[in-house]
Design a protein around this ligand. Structure first.
Ligand SMILES: [Zn+2]
Ligand SMILES: [Zn+2]
Length: 439
């Protein structure tokens, strides 16, 4: 790799710090427009790091990978590798719920960027996100803490984030040793996946701590990556983003004290613009590409989209797999209905059960668990007196669903209803017509 070039092109740089509309009332960039801009600019990858939430991830992946637009027209720009991240809020103790316990109040919520390197990391980020909202939500922010992070650090990459990060805030207050201690904790947690971000959007404090960031990097052998804290796509959108921030704080532009960025520099810069800022140390630009290469996106995408993703279903102790349990329930149900005496019904149940097995063996669709979950919430509704229908659409054609109590009412065979409308196979590939609407 050439480090002394006079410039850099977009294929050699990756934005690792990007906010979208999912950074509520702070990020202006619509995911579709953001991704299309990055694709048009020719970046090889793009990270999404919204504040405290991961809600944009799926849409983000779809936009990065889309070959056609919503009208079916081919998209002319190359696809891009999605990097799933989140700028979390880090507090000293994420379960502290009052100002006395968290000395700096909301200011004590520091920023930290975390990225999923692989499927394990994806699951860990989901756990951290869930815990931040369920147990850690306070001072308007969903928070995690270092102990919790330590328990979920596998498969993650970590960036030190903006001026509001714990590391940078300590540098700002001339507590270099404190920052160094934190670097050592994060380096232990994330190894080569930990990097220090440097940013410059015109803010004097950003420039002031850059020498210290380089010092930390060389003393602790931690890579530095140049990042751009983009909150909108184009420079010209700065004012619109300011309106958004006014909305978040219930004020207006005419209020001289309204919250705003001091400069209109928080847009998606091209690599050349990044080079103009950090060109004297081009390694910090190239490092973004090396860090992006740590991300195993196919591992995440295959797990996400390669089969059915279902919640875990707790089986009774005597069963080791959901299929056997579903089979037992359906046979019991059949006896209760008296259909075990009818060869037609027995044969039909056999066919339906066999199809579920084929769907699992050939396409990894765990339909048994899916049906057990549906049965579970239908039972719940029934027990709580919540009104449900007899079953709807193609699902009513199933003897199995009738036997396990998901559907009830007339016998589907009496009306020659088809199982194949509900679940069928096309060229060995399992296709599901799902239709479980209940009124
Ligand atoms: Zn931040
Ligand atoms: Zn940010």
């Amino acid at each position: 790799m050439v480090f002394d070039a006079m410039t850099i092109n977009n294929s050699q740089f990756v934005h690792l710090h990007t906010h979208s509309e999912y950074s509520s009332f702070d990020g202006l960039s619509k995911i579709h427009e953001l991704v299309m801009a990055a694709r048009q600019m020719g970046f090889p990858a793009l990270a999404l790091t919204d504040h405290g939430n991961i809600g944009g991830w799926i849409k983000f992946i779809q936009e990065c990978r889309a070959k056609k637009d919503k009208n079916g027209k081919e998209i002319e720009y190359p696809t891009i590798t999605p990097i799933l991240g989140c700028e979390f809020y880090l507090s000293r103790n994420h379960t502290w719920k009052n100002k006395e316990k968290q000395p700096d109040g909301r200011k004590g919520n520091r920023h930290i960027n975390l990225y999923a390197k692989n499927w394990e990391g994806y699951k860990n980020l989901c756990s951290l996100s869930e815990k931040s909202w369920v147990d850690g939500y306070y001072y308007r922010d969903p928070r995690i803490d270092i102990d919790l992070l330590g328990k979920h650090s596998q498969g993650l990459m970590c960036g030190s984030a903006c001026l509001a990060s714990a590391i940078n805030a300590n540098l700002l207050y001339d507590r270099y040793d404190q920052s160094k201690k934190l670097c050592s904790i994060f380096k232990d947690m994330f190894g080569d996946g930990f990097f220090l971000e440097i940013m410059y959007h015109g803010i004097a404090d950003e420039a002031r701590i850059i020498p210290d960031i380089f010092k930390l990097s060389s003393e602790m052998n931690i890579p530095i990556a140049a990042t751009q804290d983009s909150h909108y796509i184009k420079k010209s959108q700065a004012k619109t983003q300011e309106v958004l921030m006014c909305m978040s704080t219930s004020t207006c532009l005419s209020n001289p004290k309204h919250l705003h960025f001091p400069y209109d520099e928080f847009y998606v810069k091209n690599a050349d613009e990044m080079y103009k800022i950090f060109g004297k140390t081009p390694q910090v630009l190239y490092n973004t590409l090396a860090l992006a290469e740590q991300i195993n996106t196919p591992d995440i995408e295959n797990n996400l989209f390669g089969g059915m993703r279902l919640p875990e279903f707790a089986l009774p102790e005597e069963f080791t797999n959901p299929y056997d349990y579903l089979k037992k329930l359906s046979i019991d149900g059949m006896k209760k209905l008296g259909w075990n005496k009818s060869e037609r019904h027995v044969e039909r149940l056999k066919v339906e059960l066999a199809d579920l097995k084929i769907a699992y063996d050939n396409n990894n669709y765990d339909f048994s668990t899916y049906l057990l979950i549906v049965r579970d919430y239908i039972e719940f509704a029934r027990n709580k007196g919540i009104i449900i229908g007899a079953g709807r659409g193609s699902g009513y054609g199933s003897v199995l669903l009738r036997c396990i109590g998901v559907c009830y009412g007339p016998d589907p065979l009496e009306y020659s209803l088809l199982w194949e409308r509900f679940l069928g196979f096309d060229d060995k590939k399992f296709i599901l017509e799902k239709d479980f609407g209940y009124a």
